[in-house]
Design a protein. Structure first.
Length: 115
């Protein structure tokens, strides 16, 4: 086997298509990577850990083996359908209404929640 004359390229494969493409960052060696993170509606579990570890391994391979400058960002979702469902199951709106807030207080609470 002949010796390689340069760094091994990173090849991406899309399972739906029989093609392989060489990964080329849009900005030199800099790779910007956004990833959806957990939705914090309940206790953390092993699925969260698996996700964090798998993505950290990929990030390190990009950085340490392929020598990319990786900017990695993961969000944490604080509200979605599961959280709304859990609030309904726990009757949070009914409890809030039971405190009989005045209209002005209700508007203030909504404004504070949206900031």
């Amino acid at each position: 086997m002949a010796a390689s004359s340069g760094p091994v390229p990173l090849v991406t494969v899309v399972p739906l298509f029989p093609t392989q493409d060489v990964f080329v960052p849009q900005d030199g060696r800099r790779v910007t990577w956004y990833c959806c993170g957990p939705t914090v509606y309940d206790a953390s579990h092993m699925g969260h850990a698996r996700s964090y570890i798998s993505l950290d391994i990929l990030r390190r391979v990009l950085r340490d083996y392929f020598k990319f400058d990786v900017f990695y960002c993961m969000n944490i979702t604080d509200i979605d359908d599961k959280i709304i469902k859990r609030a309904r199951q726990n009757h949070l709106f009914e409890r809030y209404r039971g405190t009989q807030p005045q209209a002005a207080q209700l508007l203030e609470d909504v404004r504070a929640a949206l900031q």
